[in-house]
Design a protein around this ligand. Structure first.
Ligand code: PMP
Length: 381
């Protein structure tokens, strides 16, 4: 089998597996004062340093969660802890192509959530953000702005540093969901200038069910979604998942070492865009090196996914989160793709365990499948 669905979930890296098996032998609760508890806490602190290092953050500003979804749901709150006090925000501005866990708006009431338009390449329109923020600031109100670093369906990279620069001028806080970007492109939280970054372990070869909020400075911290014990510096209650967190740390460290493969990945990715009949979505934008959203006029994505599955190749129709549903992806819609073309998009996403042979096998399967389904398709010039 060939697995080209890393954006839905990357296979567990051997480093993460080994670290997790070892951590499963860990005894006790990381909050306990005895030696066993201290040892568990030590394992978590090592992982915190590894995760922080991947994004240039500081270990004591990493809040472990149950995944990217929980990290997003926690950060997207109209109430924020700032300095010693609380800050109330009036609106949430999100990019039009965000992940469903951001589109859901977190704890903001639905009427406080506003969308920032994207252009045809899927890049947020900074003029739209600025106009909307200025109008809000004119009314003496403040916002939280949430724009993802890279899109899960297309790999399109957003100008998050520029977003943060504009947001700051209007006193807004800034969040970026870096779930798909971390481990694929260099991420530096200080250079991005955001208050919060979301990460998820399973996209970079760690276990499912673990993620983190990385905080940009020492002023802002999230109001917990899960309340109870004071774990994770009062930002996320609940006994920590030691083995999961340890696996996340090991995967983050291994993913950082993999960043040097980006050039090779980019060449493989770019080879996909010239396959017969393929129309690359977001071709004009900067994109992740290991993601390609390919439309094929005259085909349906569900049919393609099954055809590739029968060839021994796993990939997704659009995003895994929205596949299975018949509706067209909100990402493709926001980018202005027609319904028929949008319904033909498959996503090829690879990563740490992918070899050149896998890409070659995909190319051969594509040729066979396209020949059968859309006999007239030709190679792009
Ligand atoms: N954000 C993005 C951009 C994602 O792709 C995903 C995973 N589909 C998530 C958040 C959610 O992360 P998790 O699966 O860890 O809840």
């Amino acid at each position: 089998r060939i697995y080209l669905d890393h954006n839905a979930g990357a296979p567990l890296r051997p480093e993460a597996r080994a670290a997790m098996i070892d951590a499963l032998g860990s005894v006790g609760n990381a909050s306990s004062v005895h030696a066993e508890g201290r040892a568990a806490r030590g394992r978590i602190e090592t992982a915190r340093r590894q995760v922080a290092a991947l994004v240039g953050g500081s270990a004591d500003r990493v809040v472990m969660t149950s995944g990217g979804t929980e990290a997003n749901a926690t950060v997207l709150s109209p109430l924020q802890r700032v300095g010693g006090g609380m800050l109330e925000l009036d609106a949430l501005f999100i990019g039009a192509t965000e992940h469903p866990s951001v589109m859901a708006g977190g704890r903001f009431p639905p009427e406080a959530v506003r969308t920032i338009a994207v252009d045809r390449e899927g890049v947020v329109r900074l003029d739209d953000l600025e106009t909307k923020l200025a109008a809000l600031a004119g009314e003496g109100r403040r916002a939280l702005v949430s724009v993802m670093l890279a899109n899960n369906e297309t790999g399109v990279i957003q100008p998050v540093a520029a977003v943060a620069g504009i947001a700051r001028r209007f006193g807004a806080l800034v969040h970026s969901d870096a779930t798909q970007a971390a481990g694929r492109i260099p991420v530096d939280i200080a250079a991005l200038g955001v208050d919060f970054l979301t990460l998820s372990a399973h996209k970079l070869g760690g276990p499912q069910g673990v993620g983190a909020i990385v905080l940009g400075g020492d002023l802002v911290s999230p109001v917990p979604l899960l309340t109870g014990g004071g774990q994770e510096k009062n930002a996320r209650a609940g006994t920590q998942n030691v083995a999961g967190i340890v696996g996340f740390g090991a995967a983050a460290e291994a993913a950082a070492a993999d960043l040097g493969r980006a050039e090779e990945w980019r060449r493989w990715r770019d080879g996909l865009s010239v396959l017969p009949g393929a129309v690359l979505v977001g071709a004009g934008a900067e994109r992740l090196p290991q993601t390609a959203a390919l439309a094929l006029e005259g085909a349906r994505a569900e049919t393609l996914v099954i055809a590739f599955d029968l060839e021994g190749i796993a990939l997704s129709a659009g995003s895994a989160c929205s596949s299975g549903k018949v509706q067209v992806s909100h990402v493709m819609k926001a980018m202005g793709l027609g319904d028929a073309l949008a319904a033909s998009v498959i996503r090829v996403s690879f990563g740490w365990e992918t070899g050149r042979d896998d890409i070659d096998r995909f190319d051969e399967a594509w040729a066979r499948i396209v020949q059968r389904l859309v006999p007239g398709a030709t190679r792009a010039a």
